[in-house]
Ligand binder design. Structure first.
Ligand SMILES: NC(=O)c1ccc[n+]([C@@H]2O[C@H](COP(=O)([O-])OP(=O)(O)OC[C@H]3O[C@@H](n4cnc5c(N)ncnc54)[C@H](OP(=O)(O)O)[C@@H]3O)[C@@H](O)[C@H]2O)c1
Length: 233
């Protein structure tokens, strides 16, 4: 497996859930980790214990905001010179009865789950191309492959993300850049807060984080394009 020590890893949606768990695991492996989300206080709370073990940067940015994403990655590059691994993990979803769904709901889901991934990927690609290496991991969902009736807009966003990932993967392979998807079934995170649902059999965020680390740890010349995760409990 690849040694990730010293690699710069930027993770969106790192203030909670899967992103926060991934940050902790990358720090344990000796990576320099950038935590990105909209809420600096939440990022700093995640970062505080991690800073005892490694180098962590917190950057507040809304992934849907082109100017904010541009500024965020300019700052990261000024600080650490490169991004070796980008984990596009920020995402939102809510159960939507389409008859009462607003255009704002639609835009929030599409812009966070698809546009945000585009903006963050575009920000790191020139540097990755120049260094002829890099890995972008997009956290998708099992509903990006098999839709369910609970959340059609969320399903649409993850189907869109999967198409984007697959196309980008083929486009940048020649530049030495890997693009992968990680597609979990339900995960026990704040995503489900406020819903009356038993989460005891769900995947745990650290289990999905371990899959993200696994995907980017493969030997040079090997790409895991897609990994599906389901709980066995
Ligand atoms: N939980 C599940 O069952 C499940 C299953 C399959 C896939 N997923 C996917 O896993 C990913 C992580 O979800 P999670 O379950 O860990 O949820 P979570 O705990 O709710 O975390 C979502 C993260 O995204 C950030 N975020 C949301 N909108 C953002 C924006 N516009 N700009 C920047 N950051 C934003 C949030 O931070 P701020 O609020 O601080 O911005 C938070 O850090 C998502 O892509 C989700 O679709 C989740």
């Amino acid at each position: 497996m690849k040694d990730l020590k010293g690699k710069v890893v930027a993770i969106t949606g790192a203030s909670s859930g899967i992103g926060a768990s991934a940050a902790a695991q990358f720090v344990e492996l000796g990576c320099k980790v950038v935590l990105i989300s909209r809420t600096l206080e939440k990022l700093e709370a995640v970062a505080a214990p991690l800073r005892e073990k490694g180098e962590v940067l917190c950057v507040a940015a809304d992934v849907c905001d082109e100017a904010a994403v541009g500024k965020a990655f300019e700052g990261i590059l000024a600080e650490w010179g490169q991004v070796d691994i980008l984990v596009n993990n920020a995402g939102v979803g809510f159960a939507t009865d389409l008859s009462s769904c607003s255009l704002e709901d639609y835009r929030a889901i599409m812009e966070t789950n698809v546009t945000g991934v585009f903006l963050c990927s575009r920000a790191v690609l020139p540097g990755m191309k120049a260094q002829k290496s890099g890995h972008i991991v997009n956290v998708s969902s099992i509903v990006g492959k098999v839709a369910n009736p609970g959340a059609p807009l969320y399903c649409a966003s993850k189907h869109g993300l999967n198409g984007y990932s697959s196309g980008l993967q083929q486009q940048v392979a020649k530049d030495g850049i890997g693009v992968s998807m990680v597609s979990p079934s339900a995960v026990d995170t704040a995503y489900w807060d406020g819903r009356d649902i038993d989460r005891s059999k769900f995947l745990k965020p650290e289990e999905v984080a371990a899959a993200i680390v696994y995907v980017v740890s493969q030997p040079a010349g090997v790409l895991i394009k897609d990994i599906d995760l389901t709980a066995m409990r």
